[in-house]
Write a protein that binds this ligand. Structure first.
Ligand SMILES: Nc1nc2c(ncn2[C@@H]2O[C@H](COP(=O)(O)OP(=O)(O)OP(=O)(O)O)[C@@H](O)[C@H]2O)c(=O)[nH]1
Ligand SMILES: [Mg+2]
Length: 583
């Protein structure tokens, strides 16, 4: 392409005056005082009016004809960043009461199989998942029940497992749990809930009692618990006497339970997981009648029922909503920018609060067939894996005093706290861009103060380490349960609301300013002032706009873009990639 053709292309582009002011002959001529510009509504009227009027003379900048977005091109993507779930592992299948019957053996020995173990519940954090909405509508997740044992000593099949897939950056915290095995053990010790002996001491006591033979016959209620026994079908319960029954076997846990994380669950799934992690192991199946053969009862007509399953009520929360968060005043053009950069079909409207819940879009950098144009090398995740995509969250607009929960305030600020890099989106046609950025940072800074106050109060209320999160490790042993601290919340009634998550301070996140609507006439001066101010903030001539001393200011960019015409998008994508590496 010759130089003349290239420069004529550049001249046609909306952003040419921002990028190459020297090529724009009208730049110096068109630098009037911004305050003398007609009001915004009038300008918009001028733009629409110009479509029906004859083309203006070439000396006057013609208003750009912007692409129309048809209402049928909007879709609402569901999004949830926190939810509560009850996880119910699978109960065990019942043991079987059966006797061998063959041609010449009409009354053979007992041969009932044991019940199958219940299904387990696993969790796996995956890159590519962005929201918890699919889990949020489930409410309760149940693993399959173990199948009942069968005759000819056939054990029951295991119950179906359930795997929860969640986005990387999900925090799992337990609210309460009902653990029938733990309850049973406590009941046997006669101490009920709240027994304050530690695990080791309890284990020692158990061994001593067992050696002394105290389990047998200490408590008749342990021997005869109707709900635990399965009786031979054709026989009435009254034909049994409690003396026929042996002591109820001790509660058992499945072998899988050893790799269950210690209670209470406090997991920070901040890395993608190659294999699912066990959350709740299924309950053991009941014992078939051969287990109860004794000299006095050679043909037991009873077996035990499968154990009840462990139930855990957890709260899932996304610590990382998206890699980039678009923060801006209402109507700044955030959703339009998201549409321009990703395949998102977020709704756009010329009024405030078009967006009421975050929209997440994905920018694909490498789709397995090739890398996007203009990217020399792929960025990498902290673990060294190449980053093939990143996500952008279009967060609803902030208004002054949002930190006091004005408008839909605190809910939106909560989302900002969960973005990796902040992109402050300002409308170049809506007054002083520097003031807009300062106003946005003021709200964000005030929210940060509020949050740190809340966290301090919480730290004083809870015991040290009680809410410490453990990161995912493939083989965590239940033996380390005491390291995390915190009591077992066996009783759902005693559960208290979970404290807020500890997240990195907002002012320490890398940030960039995106100046939208750069196609509007007479916005260059506004942009130039923004650039100058940012350079001064970076050089330390002004305080960080959040008011925090250690706010991030390593490399501050301002980029002009036109979301509607998708101009300036490639440069912005590269800056985002660069800032993701700064985290
Ligand atoms: N001229 C021009 N108009 C734009 C541009 N980007 C967005 N707009 C218009 O600005 C208006 C608001 O755009 P949105 O993308 O809905 O703004 P938003 O920041 O998501 O607004 P809220 O969701 O209400 O916070 C719409 O009428 C868009 O057509 C742009 O680059 N140039
Ligand atoms: Mg919007």
């Amino acid at each position: 392409m010759s130089l003349t053709t290239r420069s004529s292309c550049l001249m046609q582009s909306t952003l040419t005056p921002f990028l190459y002011p020297c090529l724009d002959s009208t730049w110096h001529a068109r630098r009037p005082n911004t305050s003398s510009r007609p009001p915004r509504a009038a300008r918009r009227w001028q733009n629409t009016a110009s479509l029906s009027t004859p083309p203006p003379s070439p000396s006057i900048a013609s208003p750009p004809v912007l692409p129309e977005i048809s209402p049928s091109d909007y879709t609402n993507t569901p999004f949830t960043d926190s939810c509560s779930l009850t996880l119910s592992a699978g109960p065990g299948g019942h043991g079987c009461i059966s006797f061998l019957r063959e041609k010449y053996i009409p009354d053979g020995p007992a041969n009932g199989g044991d019940g199958g173990t219940g299904g387990a519940i696993y969790i796996q954090a995956l890159r590519g998942e962005t929201s918890l909405h699919k889990l949020a509508r489930r409410g309760t997740l149940k693993a399959g029940r173990g199948k009942n044992g069968q005759g000819t000593a056939k054990g029951g099949r295991r119950g179906e497992d359930v795997v929860l897939t969640v986005p990387v950056g999900t925090v799992v915290r337990e609210v309460w749990r009902v653990d029938p095995v733990e309850e049973e053990e406590m009941g046997r010790r006669g101490k009920g809930f709240g027994a304050d002996l530690d695990r080791e001491q309890r284990a020692e006591n158990d061994v001593e009692q067992e050696e002394e033979g105290k389990w047998e016959g200490t408590d008749q209620s342990l021997k005869w618990r109707r709900e635990k026994w399965l009786l031979y079908p054709g026989i009435l319960p009254k034909s049994f006497t409690s003396a026929d029954f042996p002591a109820l076997p001790r509660p058992r846990r499945s072998n899988l339970a050893i790799s269950q994380p210690p209670a209470p669950l406090r997991l920070d799934l901040d890395k993608p997981m190659t294999t699912p992690m066990l959350l709740a192991a299924g309950a053991m199946g009941g014992l078939g009648n051969p287990h109860f053969v004794t000299k006095s009862v050679p043909r037991p007509k009873f077996a035990t029922k499968g154990d009840d399953a462990l139930r855990i009520h957890v709260q899932l929360e996304l610590k990382l909503l998206a890699d980039i968060g678009l923060v801006g005043l209402p109507n700044a053009g955030k959703s339009t920018l998201l549409r321009a950069m990703t395949a998102s079909r977020a709704r756009v409207g010329d009024w405030a609060f078009t967006t009421l819940s975050p929209n997440i879009g994905t920018v694909v950098l490498d789709n397995q067939r090739g890398r996007v144009a203009g990217l020399t090398s792929l960025p990498v995740y902290p673990d060294g894996e190449p980053r093939t995509h990143f996500t952008i969250a279009d967060i609803p607009g902030l208004i002054p005093d949002a930190h006091l929960d004005r408008g839909l305030g605190l809910g939106f600020l909560k989302h900002i706290e969960r973005a990796g890099v902040l992109a402050f989106v300002v409308d170049l046609g809506a007054g002083d861009a520097v003031e807009a950025v300062k106003a946005l940072w003021k709200e964000v800074g005030e929210y940060e103060n509020l949050r740190s106050g809340e966290l301090n109060a919480e730290t004083q209320r809870t015991a040290p380490g009680e809410d410490a999160l453990s990161t995912y490790q493939p083989f965590t042993s239940a033996a380390s349960s005491s390291e995390l601290g915190g009591d077992l919340l066996l009783d759902p009634q005693s559960a208290r609301p979970l404290p807020p998550l500890t997240l990195p301070p907002i002012s320490s996140k890398p940030w960039v300013v995106v100046a939208t609507k750069a196609d509007l006439p007479e916005t260059q001066e506004n942009f130039a002032a923004l650039q100058t101010w940012l350079a001064e903030v970076q050089a330390g001539m002004h305080a960080h706009p959040s008011g925090k001393k250690n706010g991030w200011r390593r490399k501050l960019h301002a980029l002009p873009v036109c979301g509607l015409k998708k101009e300036g998008i490639e440069g912005l994508r590269n800056v985002f990639v660069e800032l993701l590496g700064e985290r």
